[in-house]
Design a protein around this ligand. Sequence first.
Ligand SMILES: [Zn+2]
Length: 236
Amino acid sequence: MPLIAFLIALPLIIFGMQPEKSQCFGQTNKGALQYGDRPDFFGPNYGSYCHICVLALRTFGHAPVIRTLEAAYARLEKSHPETYFLYGEIGFPWGGRFPPHRTHRNGLSVDFMVPLKDGLILPSHMGNRFGYDVSFDDQGRMIGDEASYLYARHNKVAKIDFEATAIHLLALEAEARKRGGRIARVFFAPGLQKILRKTSQGKTLFQKIAFNKRPSWVRHDDHYHVDFSFPCTPKR
Ligand SMILES: [Zn+2]
């Protein structure tokens, strides 16, 4: 336990986290970050996709983005306490190149693993690249070995909770607006967007938030990628 506490404190020690000084630079695909902050490992209704990755400093973002993420989870804890959310990769405390991602370079990009229905949680471990290798069909049903494993263990077919996804994105948008920002764009597999559009909040969601029209270079079925827009300095 002391070792874990030390590892958690390490980023604080090394980077002297001062979220009030957080500053983003440039664009999501060509930028940097100063004094980035990170969300907690977990809260009442959310957790990180991978604790080792948190310790590897892969979950740092611009402070208003991190506050937005936390406030959205707090909002959902009240309205949808039964749903558990996982956040994914965000970026390095200093921003810049963040392989294998093409963006996530200035603290404004956040990946969120899809929430699942029926109390299931997306399996995340080294063998499935911490959730990023989990696959879903165009109906939002998990496929492959992970799906078989979850079925054998819980006797439930793992499905994306599209209602929760829509509500989560609207909560992020509302909380970003409160802090002087907004969601610039969401990347999610176009086939799955069709189902998202049919949820109770679908119409509002697509009116308020822009989505990718064409498939991007990764399928975005196991996670939705959110690019936020907050005022940034053009260059460091
Ligand atoms: Zn991403």
